[in-house]
Design a protein around this ligand. Structure first.
Ligand code: F6R
Length: 608
């Protein structure tokens, strides 16, 4: 969602803010703006609908003179269209602010403070700026604390006051913020990518705390306006700037697809002990796996689809109910969980607001929570009882690729450890499962090496308006992610169906204009899947068939086949995922679309 950056210090602020906004572009946005405190203390606002590049051009024309403090923002529209006026920062009297999140009671506040005639934009954020200006009489902390008491919703704000030159204030309620005090000034941002060119040391702004940035210090206050006794823990970034660069690849997505084998090794190998999965270094006790009578997996989007695969792997072995919930639904369905349930939360960013809310609800129900998270120190990681970090490194493309593979790797390891400690696997079976998991890494490499052939497959999709993915069992679980990947970056309507379900309605949509990507890697349902493929082929569909190397396939069945290495049936998701990601990638590239920042989407979904 929205990106935030703030800087105060000896360096030129415009350069830092604009570079920081470029670093935050990957989050997805539609407008950008900066507010700069100039030498005469006047705050100069420049904000524009469109890309950061566009904003940079305006800044070059409009900025004359020096500025050493300022705030910058990339907006992902929620309230009000994509216009210059709705872009942030917003000014009200002496107050200038930027906002990430949603103020749910902005309408009531507009009425209460009679702001109707003063508002220039249609945003909830400008309402907050106006209210803060009403409350401000020279004491920023006092005014911010009073504002917070009036707001409902989730938010982070960075605020400048025209009579407090060089100071930046920020407040966080749910929406993430990280801050750093460096030898070249103080910085704050919605995520680390904006900070790492300047520092590797940072802290996560605690919720319901105010921070004040001055050129050489970041002060942290409780909402009662006293200095906090426990200064937040200083953390160190565990990846370098290279990881956030394209390094010769045309897009982050392609780079991240290629990084998957390494990400898998980094996630799996540190947790292998004598051939078995071992989470003792992660501080995860076996007791949580032994004592539970059900597993509830909760996540959104790709992470939720990783959960669907995990359920198909876990349930037949563990023989306890494994359910998968969409986080935004789980919150409102009065879930039947208690202290005997193990709740597994999956999130790349660790900040997805619905997933975070579901985690909090699981805690209220008394369940133990285990989070599978990629971003170190993120809110979900900090609030879960236990966390198993995936080691994918930063994922910059909006479409998740390597994060999905390592989420699966972590979930497969959890499944194996659970089966072992619950007596469902012998040590030998667990060792063999883990060895099969490691075998998928070269299998993924083999698929990625076929990218030119896959580009050819993608060329058959580009003129289509609909594409269907079909499969049975695990193959259906993979199809869901394949369809999501294709639709989000190619804008082609794509859906996944359980192959056996087609005849109950969906087959009416099949025609010679509709490519069908059929996945048939599961031996026990192979013959049935092939029959379903014949049914769509008979109705004219162009069939792209994904099968194992050793599958016997009648030449007339498919228009084009992609063969994946012969890994065990339970593990085919890994090479298939790489293939489906590449199909989506090349379809988007061939349509000349913005692969890394698809329209309307944001990397980290911090609004409900
Ligand atoms: C799709 C995608 C999204 C995310 C979802 C959850 O490619 O990336 O569907 O998977 O928004 O995000 P996290 O994993 O950060 O909670």
């Amino acid at each position: 969602m929205c990106g935030i950056i703030g800087y105060t210090g000896p360096l030129e602020a415009p350069k830092i803010l604009l570079e920081g906004l470029s670093g935050l572009e990957y989050r997805g946005y539609d407008s950008a703006g900066v507010a700069l405190c100039m030498e005469d203390s006047h705050i100069h606002l420049i904000k524009k609908a469109g890309k950061v590049k566009n904003l940079k051009g305006h800044c070059r024309q409009q900025i004359s003179g020096s500025s050493h403090s300022g705030i910058g923002h990339t907006r992902w529209a929620t309230h009000g269209g994509v216009t210059d006026a709705n872009a942030h920062p917003h000014r009200a009297g002496k107050v200038v602010l930027i906002h990430n999140g949603i103020i749910e009671n902005y309408h009531e506040l507009t009425e209460k403070f009679q702001l109707q005639d003063r508002l220039i934009s249609q945003t909830d954020s400008e309402v907050a700026a106006q209210v803060l200006n009403e409350l401000y009489s020279g004491d920023p902390l006092d005014a911010i604390c009073s504002l917070i008491k009036l707001l409902d919703g989730s938010y982070s704000f960075c605020i400048m006051f025209e009579d407090q030159p060089g100071a930046i204030f920020a407040i966080r309620n749910v929406s993430p913020l990280v801050a750093a005090s460096t030898s070249s000034g103080s910085m704050i941002a919605s995520d680390l990518t904006a900070l790492i060119p300047y520092t590797r040391q940072y802290f996560v702004v605690p919720e319901q705390h105010i921070v004040k940035l001055t050129p050489y210090k970041v002060h942290v206050y409780h909402l009662d306006e006293t200095f906090t006794k426990d200064y937040p823990e200083i953390m160190t970034v565990n990846w370098n700037m290279d990881a956030a660069m394209k390094n010769g690849f045309p897009h982050f997505m392609l780079k991240e697809i290629h990084e998957q084998p390494d990400a898998m090794r980094n996630t799996i190998l540190p947790r292998v002990n004598k051939g078995l999965p071992d989470f003792s270094d992660d501080g995860i006790p076996d007791s949580i796996f032994e004592s539970c009578d059900q597993v509830q997996i909760i996540a959104c989007g790709t992470a939720m689809y990783a959960g669907m695969v995990a359920r198909a792997i876990m349930q037949p072995v563990l023989k306890i109910p494994i359910t998968v919930s969409i986080a935004s639904e789980f919150r409102y369905e009065e879930p039947l969980i208690d202290k005997k349930a193990l709740v597994i939360i999956i999130s790349q960013s660790g900040e997805t607001i619905d997933t975070l809310a579901a985690l909090r609800l699981a805690h209220q129900c008394g369940s133990k929570t285990l989070a599978v998270v990629n971003v170190k120190g993120s809110t979900i990681a900090r609030e879960s009882d236990y966390v198993l970090y995936t080691h994918a490194g930063p994922e910059i493309a909006v479409a998740s690729t390597k994060a999905y593979s390592v989420q699966l790797a972590a979930l497969y390891m959890i499944s194996c450890r659970m089966a072992l400690v619950r007596g469902k696997y012998t040590r030998d079976q667990a060792c063999s499962f883990l060895s099969d998991l490691l075998d998928v890494i070269p299998a993924m490499e083999t698929v990625i090496a076929q990218k030119d052939f896959i580009r050819n497959i993608a060329s058959h999709m580009i003129h289509s308006t609909d594409v269907f993915f079909i499969g049975r069992g695990l193959d259906y679980a993979f199809s869901l992610e394949g369809a999501l990947k294709l639709k989000e970056i190619s804008y082609i309507h794509s859906e996944a169906y359980a192959a056996g379900e087609l005849k109950h309605g969906t087959i009416a949509l099949i025609s010679d204009q509709v490519p069908v990507i059929a996945i048939a890697t599961q031996e026990h349902v192979y013959a049935k899947t092939i029959s379903n493929i014949r049914e769509v082929k008979a109705r004219g569909a162009y069939i792209v068939l994904l099968v194992k190397e050793n599958a016997q396939v009648d030449d007339s069945l498919a228009d084009i086949q992609l063969r994946i290495p012969n890994v065990d049936d339970h593990f085919t998701v890994f090479p298939i995922a790489a293939a489906l990601q590449l199909i989506a990638y090349y379809t988007s590239v061939s349509k000349h679309l913005d692969v890394d920042q698809p329209r309307n989407l944001a990397k980290s979904v911090t609004v409900e």
